[in-house]
Design a binder for this molecule. Structure first.
Ligand code: SAH
Ligand code: SF4
Length: 377
C-alpha cells in the first residue's frame, strides 16, 4: 500500500462534493439516488463497511467499497486520560506519515482537535510539530475522517457518559490549516453540511487556528463561512514574535491583527487570540499591557478574546510554563484594559496532549508501534 512519504492519498467519498458524488455513482452505472443512500450510511448512520449496506445492489457493494471508500488511515495508538473523557489517537496514513487527533468530552459538549497537515512548515520553536518540518498536506477526506472516528466512538458509547455527538471541531492538532487552504475549506464545508451529505456540525462550532498567513486569512474572510478564527499570536511585539513565530518576519503583528479584525467584522464572530505563556519569555505584565493596547486600538473590545495556554514543554526545549503568579498577573492586566480572557484547560497532559507531541514520539520511536493496528475510516 505504501510508496514512501508524500504520496497523495487515494480519492475517497469524503473528498467529493455532493454533485461529484452523483457523478461518481453514475460513472459506476448506478442511478443518481444511490449517492444519497450511500451518504446516509456514511455520514448519518456512521457505518463504515459498504459491503454491509443491503439496500444497495449486492453486485455493486464491493465495487463501491473499493473505488469510493479506499482505506485512508489506521489507528496505531489510542490513549485515554481523564477517566476516559479524553481520547488521543495517533494515525498512520497510507504513505506512513503520522498525525493525531484528540477527543475531549466535557459535561455539556464534546470537542475534537484535529490535524490538517502531517508536520508543519512554520517552524515555531516551542511546538513539537514545528520541529519535524512538513511531510505533506492532508486531503479533505483525511481531515474529516478524524472527526468521523470521534463521532463513531461517541455514537457507540465508547466514551463514558452515554452516546453523544461531536459539537466542536478545532483545527489545533498538527499543521497550519491555512497553508492547506483548499482541503481545509472543503473539510469545513463537509463537516458543516447538513446530513446526509455531511456531518451537520454547526459552522459556529468549528474553529480554524492560524499562525497568521495573512493572504489566506483574507481568503477565509471572503469565503464567508461563519467559523471561529483563532490567531496564534504569542507575543505583542515584533521583536519577540519574530523568534517565537518565524512567519512573523513575513506577516507582522499589525498585518495579522488587521486581518483578524477584518474577519471579526465580516463574520461577526469573535476572534480568539491564542497566547502560550512561556516563563520569563513572553509573560511579563508589560507585554500584557501592550497586547491589550494593540487589541483595543482596533475597535471595541467585543471583537476579540484572549485565550492563554500554559506552555506544554516539548522534549529538549529550554522553555517551560509560566509561574502561577505571573499567569495571574497577565490575566489581571488584560482584564484591567477590558479584554475578555480565559486560561485554557490542559486536558490530556499525561498523554502528550499538546500539539504534535504524540506524533513526534511515534516518529522518533517507530518500534513502539507495530504495523498491525486497528483500521480507521
Ligand atoms: N498551526 C496552527 C494550528 C495548530 S497549533 C497554529 O499555530 O495556530 C494549535 C495551537 O497550539 C497554537 O495556538 C499553537 O501555538 C499551540 N501550541 C503549539 N505548541 C504548543 C506547546 N508546546 N504548548 C502550548 N501550546 C502549543
Ligand atoms: Fe505549525 Fe502551529 Fe506548530 Fe507553529 S504552532 S509549528 S504553525 S503547528
Amino acid at each position: 500500500m505504501s510508496a514512501g512519504p508524500g504520496r497523495r492519498p487515494p480519492r475517497h467519498w469524503m473528498d467529493l462534493a455532493p454533485a461529484e458524488r452523483v457523478d461518481a455513482v453514475r460513472a459506476m452505472g448506478l442511478p443518481a439516488f444511490r449517492a444519497r443512500q450511500i451518504s446516509t450510511h456514511w455520514f448519518t448512520r456512521l457505518e463504515d463497511d459498504p459491503t454491509g449496506w443491503t439496500d444497495l445492489p449486492a453486485a455493486a457493494r464491493e465495487r463501491i467499497a473499493q473505488t469510493l471508500f479506499p482505506p485512508l488511515m489506521e489507528s496505531i495508538e489510542e490513549l485515554t486520560a481523564d477517566r476516559g473523557a479524553t481520547v488521543k489517537t495517533a494515525w498512520r496514513l497510507h504513505d506512513g506519515s503520522i498525525v493525531e487527533s484528540v477527543l475531549m468530552r466535557y459535561p455539556h459538549r464534546t470537542t475534537i482537535c484535529i490535524s490538517s497537515e502531517a508536520g508543519c512548515a512554520m517552524g515555531c520553536p516551542f511546538c513539537a510539530t514545528g520541529q519535524g518540518g512538513l511531510q505533506r498536506n492532508l486531503s479533505a477526506a483525511e481531515i474529516v475522517a478524524q472527526v468521523l472516528h470521534g463521532a463513531r466512538l461517541l455514537a457507540r458509547g465508547a466514551v463514558p457518559g452515554g452516546p453523544a455527538r461531536v459539537n466542536n471541531v478545532v483545527f489545533m492538532g498538527m499543521g497550519e490549516p491555512l497553508a492547506n487552504f483548499a482541503s481545509v475549506l472543503a473539510a469545513v464545508e463537509e463537516l458543516s453540511r447538513p446530513e446526509p451529505d455531511g456531518l451537520g456540525i454547526s459552522a459556529r462550532g468549528l474553529t480554524v487556528s492560524t499562525v497568521g498567513v495573512v493572504p489566506r486569512m483574507r481568503r477565509l474572510t471572503e469565503a464567508g463561512l461563519p467559523v471561529t478564527l483563532a490567531v496564534s499570536l504569542h507575543a505583542p511585539d515584533d521583536e519577540l514574535r519574530d523568534e517565537l513565530v518565524p512567519l512573523n518576519q513575513r506577516f507582522d503583528i499589525d498585518a495579522v491583527l488587521d486581518a483578524a479584525r477584518e474577519y471579526a467584522r465580516v463574520s461577526r464572530r469573535r476572534v480568539s487570540i491564542e497566547y502560550a505563556l512561556i516563563k520569563d519569555v513572553n509573560d511579563q505584565a508589560w507585554r500584557a499591557d501592550l497586547l491589550a493596547r494593540r487589541l483595543a486600538e482596533r475597535g471595541d473590545r467585543g471583537w476579540v478574546h484572549v485565550n492563554l495556554i500554559p506552555l506544554n514543554p516539548t522534549p529538549g526545549s529550554r522553555w517551560t510554563a509560566s509561574r502561577r503568579q505571573d499567569e495571574k498577573a497577565f490575566v489581571e492586566h488584560l482584564e484591567r484594559h477590558g479584554i475578555p480572557v480565559t486560561v485554557r484547560d490542559t486536558r490530556g497532559r499525561e498523554i502528550d496532549g499538546a500539539c504534535g507531541q504524540l506524533a513526534a514520539k511515534v516518529n522518533s520511536d517507530p518500534a513502539r508501534f507495530p504495523m498491525a493496528g486497528r483500521t480507521g475510516p
